[in-house]
Design a protein. Structure first.
Length: 557
């Protein structure tokens, strides 16, 4: 795996070398020479075709503006060099090689996707240039990649919050649905572990290809529907999730008895899902996402951000600022702090490899001396009042913030509580006293479940594919305190009351899974002292008899 990756990179470097040869033939602009203020070149690699890429781009521009506006005149200027990776791993790798080899950037922000970052952090390690990436896959670790700084929370950091939510409702089995990609599968080991710790089983894993068509999604959903588990944890990005939930609704799975939990990648980016899809197909869904305090700074920033977005992307519909944009702002601000610390000394160029014969080798990239200093300064850094909240990087990794738990109702989400490692689930955040909507000292605020139900799903159902358990009830005069059957003359709805019915309902209630049932009354007119149950049994399905006997025993014994 490693060696094939290197091979691939070498071919790329040869390719980029040819391009850069032509690049160097062009006249050099004069402005670099006359400028006496020291500058640091920083690479930015984003997928500018994606909304998240654009959101981060605007935040990076604003963070650099703010740095330059407040820094002293002699402070080092940060010169950004933006490359679009076009949602492609090879483009991202080639952008990184160009930035390192030809621009000699001293740090790179990005790329945004985990698969792209995998290549680029290898280069960072070799050239000794910090790669500050919001990649969320826990398969990329800062331990194995000393020059990787994760400026976003890995998807694994929410798994305990999700497990706590599952435990809160006593669900013993869940189905995990995730995207077929390193990003998607990255969460699975941690999520499975977190659930095992609370003795909940992942009964099935459903892997959805990002290129799956609607029919394939629908047939997968019908398969899930025949299973017993009714709790689904969905780890899909907005584009795929939107199609997924439309189909889940079509399959009748956004109804009473089902529970859905979405991970932060969707909860944080809910703005990018059409409101019509949310209203029609995502009602009652629960979600977790990093909690961002709504400070005055954030409100002001959001206004500025929107203005800048319109300026940079005048032809686009406005996209909402999200947590990735805030992390990008805080990440660049931390980088600027690190640059400031290095001071106004002349920035050394990359140290070239001694052996000039191996120009096509990775070694030809040389190594940065400044990169290690920046890395050292950024590895443990904190912004007390970051836009995203308490932005703290420890040993190269952004530290978890509280998670917010939300419930989707109507077009939007409603906050129903928080989770922190220390305090678990609560509807009041102890650190700042922030409370969820309708927090009445309970663990979580009021929840509307799919099917507009207010009762928490049991999470488990006998797979009856819509059939209900038919329970026969003798409908006869007398003994009404034990069993009384009433049939609504208009709706034909059967209501059964009395001691025996209560016992039966209690037993059903106390089962760990939901067992849908219906009462089927049988009129018994003659022989009031010994009702003829044989007749009754004859008409019923055999599976029902045991419940009949149950009722009979409680009647006479
Ligand atoms: C995820 O799993 C890895 C490997 O077991 C572990 O090192 C890491 O601490 C886990 N992360 C979380 C947030 O639990
Ligand atoms: C927000 O902006 C207003 C007006 O632009 C300004 O007066 C105020 O001080 C700002 N607040 C914060 C917290 O930055």
């Amino acid at each position: 795996m490693r060696s094939s990756k290197c091979h691939f990179l070498i071919v790329l470097i040869q390719f980029v070398s040819i391009i850069s040869f032509y690049h160097h033939m062009m006249p050099i602009k004069g402005e670099d020479n006359k400028n006496s203020v020291a500058k640091v070149d920083v690479g930015i690699i984003l997928d500018l075709e994606t909304d998240v890429g654009k959101v981060m781009h605007i935040s990076i521009l604003l963070a650099l503006d703010d740095y330059h506006a407040t820094a002293s005149r002699s402070a080092i200027r940060i010169i950004p060099h933006l490359r679009d990776s076009k949602k492609d791993d090879v483009e991202a790798a080639s952008a990184a090689i160009y930035l390192l080899k030809d621009v000699q950037v001293q740090a790179i922000f990005g790329p945004q996707m985990s698969a792209q970052t995998d290549f680029v952090i290898d280069l960072g390690n070799r050239v000794k240039v910090p790669i500050i990436s919001p990649a969320t896959s826990p398969l990329l670790t800062v331990k194995e990649n000393p020059f990787f700084i994760r400026a976003a929370l890995p998807s694994s950091s929410q798994t305990k919050a999700i497990a706590a939510l599952v435990k809160n409702f006593d669900w013993r089995e869940v189905v995990v649905i995730y995207e077929d990609s390193p990003y998607g599968s990255g969460i699975v080991p941690n999520l499975t572990d977190a659930l095992l710790e609370i003795s909940t089983l992942v009964s099935y894993r459903s892997v959805i290809s990002p290129s799956a068509n609607d029919d394939q999604i629908l047939s997968e959903l019908y398969k899930l529907k025949t299973m017993q588990t009714r709790v689904f944890i969905v780890h899909l990005r907005p584009l795929l999730a939107k199609r997924f939930f439309l189909k889940a609704n079509k399959a009748g799975m956004m109804s009473d008895g089902y529970a859905w939990i979405i991970t932060d990648v969707l909860t944080s980016l809910l703005d990018s899902v059409d409101p019509s899809v949310i209203e029609s197909s995502m009602q009652g869904v629960l979600g977790v996402k990093p909690y961002v305090p709504r400070t005055n700074e954030l409100i002001n920033y959001t206004k500025r951000w929107r203005g800048r977005f319109r300026q940079e992307y005048p032809d686009m519909d406005i996209v909402e600022l999200n947590v990735f944009g805030l992390w990008a702002y805080d990440g660049i601000t931390s980088l600027a702090k690190a640059v400031e610390k290095v001071g106004g000394t002349a920035i050394p160029k990359f140290k070239k490899a001694d052996n000039r014969e191996y120009l096509t080798d990775l070694d030809a990239l040389g190594t940065s001396e400044l990169g290690s200093l920046l890395l050292h300064s950024m590895q443990n850094t904190a912004l007390k009042t970051g836009l995203s909240g308490d932005f703290r990087i420890v040993d190269g990794e952004l530290q978890p913030s509280p998670y917010q738990i939300v419930n989707i109702i109507g077009k939007a989400e409603r906050s129903i509580g928080f989770w922190t490692e220390r305090d678990g689930i609560s509807c009041k955040l102890k650190t700042n006293g922030k409370t969820a909507t309708k927090c009445n000292d309970k663990q979580l605020g009021d929840i509307f479940w799919p099917g507009e139900s207010t009762i928490a799903p049991k999470g488990w159902e006998i797979p009856t594919s819509g059939k209900k358990l038919r329970v026969g009830v003798p409908d006869k005069e007398g003994l009404e305190q034990f069993l009384k059957v009433e049939i609504d003359s208009k709706t034909q709805e059967v209501t059964v009351t009395g001691f025996c019915a209560d016992v039966f309902k209690q037993v059903i209630e106390s089962l760990p899974y939901a067992l849908p049932y219906e009462f089927i009354p049988f009129q018994i007119l003659d022989s009031p002292t010994s009702p003829d149950f044989d007749d009754l049994a004859y008409k019923l399905f055999s599976e029902v008899i045991k419940y009949l006997i149950l009722i009979r025993i409680s009647l006479f014994g």
